[in-house]
Design a binder for this molecule. Structure first.
Ligand SMILES: CC(C)(COP(=O)(O)OP(=O)(O)OC[C@H]1O[C@@H](n2cnc3c(N)ncnc32)[C@H](O)[C@@H]1OP(=O)(O)O)[C@@H](O)C(=O)NCCC(=O)NCCS
Length: 189
């Protein structure tokens, strides 16, 4: 079974979701370095070198026909500025037709509904062209904004993973949210 291919770019009312490019490094680093970016993410400090290495790995993945992980750039259409990230990770066992989604938005543009718009575009792609069956998302239990985005997307809370991750010398707990293809289609009508 070959991995379904996400057709890009994806356009929404205000955003364009596209592959990241080499010259996106400055914009990507600009919000990755902001303390708010990783406040609720169990990741190490985002140095320019680390972001550059990650971007290099993403660019390398783009030509892999077995690609399962799509870390994409989000452009604000009215300004042409790269303002966020959209993530879609297909589960390796393709017959189950599952994926995880995620989002990030530059600090100065939060609260405009952009993450919700990103999430909706990912779900439309997942349950449309990609023909997936279930899509889930996770956020740290302290990440109230991301949890709210999941609710606005019509995802249902499936539970809390208690202290399932260790980073930055502490345990992290996460909410797990998901939506099934049928549920999403009914809500979208
Ligand atoms: C989480 C994040 C993506 C949200 O982006 P955004 O574009 O501001 O999200 P939206 O505007 O679509 O929706 C945010 C919702 O959360 C609500 N919200 C924001 N902060 C909140 C808080 N502290 N408590 C409760 N609700 C909160 C907003 O009011 C809004 O809900 P509403 O439309 O009902 O008013 C953004 O904060 C971010 O990039 N954070 C850093 C990276 C990250 O944590 N990514 C998620 C990984 S799981």
């Amino acid at each position: 079974m070959t991995a379904p291919k996400l057709r890009l770019p994806v356009e929404t009312a205000r955003l364009l979701i596209r592959e990241l490019a080499e010259d996106d490094l400055d914009a990507l680093y600009a919000w990755r370095r902001h303390p708010a970016y990783r406040r609720h993410l169990p990741m190490p400090r985002q140095t320019r070198e680390a972001v550059e290495a990650e971007l290099g790995a993403i660019l390398g993945d783009q030509t892999d026909y077995r690609r399962l992980r799509f870390l994409l750039g989000v452009i604000e259409r009215k300004t042409g500025r790269l303002i966020g990230e959209a993530i879609l990770k297909l589960a390796p066992a393709l017959r189950h037709r599952q994926a995880e989604i995620g989002w990030a938005v530059a600090e100065d543009l939060k609260g405009k509904g952009y993450a919700t718009e990103i999430g909706r575009a990912l779900l439309d792609a997942a349950f449309g062209p990609l023909k997936l069956h279930r899509v889930f998302a996770m956020c740290s239990t302290e990440n109230l904004a991301s949890r709210r985005v999941m609710e606005k997307l019509g995802m249902r809370e499936e539970g809390t993973l208690r202290e399932h991750f260790r980073a930055r010398e502490r345990w992290w707990s996460s909410h797990l949210y998901a939506v099934l293809a049928d549920e999403y289609r009914k809500k979208r009508r």
